[in-house]
Design a protein around this ligand. Sequence first.
Ligand SMILES: Nc1ncnc2c1ncn2[C@@H]1O[C@H](COP(=O)(O)OP(=O)(O)OP(=O)(O)O)[C@@H](O)[C@H]1O
Ligand SMILES: [Mg+2]
Length: 240
Amino acid sequence: MKEIISFDHVTFSYDDIPIIENACFSVKEGELIGVFGPNGGGKTTLLKLLMGFIKPNSGRASLFGKSPKESHQNIGYVPQKLPFDPNFPISVLEVVLTGCLSKLPWHGRYSSENEKDAYHALEQVDMVDFSGQAFGTLSGGQAQRVLIARALVSKPKLLLLDEPTAGIDAQTETEIYKQLDELRGKVTIIMVTHHLRIVTEFADRVLLVQRDVTSLDSKELCEHFAIGLYHPPHLKKERS
Ligand SMILES: Nc1ncnc2c1ncn2[C@@H]1O[C@H](COP(=O)(O)OP(=O)(O)OP(=O)(O)O)[C@@H](O)[C@H]1O
Ligand SMILES: [Mg+2]
């Protein structure tokens, strides 16, 4: 399989505080990767580096053979926090259409093709019946599925999800994972989660992020090992 992501000694700091240090890893096309690690360990920061929202201080990040910024059209992103005010009066379909923004023509109008893609994305997450409903009235699990549809609408080659099932009940969570499982192999998926069971059962491989980035085979990551490996990043900083 073709390598689509490569991080070569990537270091990133906020105000001189290192958040990601010397990260070296690669991802192949079609892989489903779990990103795991303690709060504040740098998982969201790693996704932001992948999207080119922030730039490494040193080292090189490349996506599809280009810089992350040049590759953003290939990426669908499901953020950890809602990207807009949930009370803003916007329908489910309109939320999904905002996922087409980066591909809109100069006049900025959605085409009928965009709408067709939006309905298709809603079908993929089983939410097409809600297309006309106000987004703010959805339950947490339904809203999350719509945000996944929003990320899928631009037909990305790479799907990044930042804790897509946080605060969601077990049954809806299982449904979301089933839907993501159906995308397995069709799109490369990188998903941040705190659920160890999901990482071990669902992902092909795990990136453990706690300032440094370690790639592990999911099978290597049993619960005991993960707990043993966890340490607050600031402790690590004091030691080094
Ligand atoms: N814009 C920012 N400016 C300064 N520091 C930041 C900024 N964004 C994040 N940080 C810091 O960077 C560190 C890593 O944050 P990040 O959001 O990547 O962690 P995370 O692994 O996603 O945590 P969580 O599991 O809580 O979502 C934290 O200490 C955080 O306070
Ligand atoms: Mg985070």
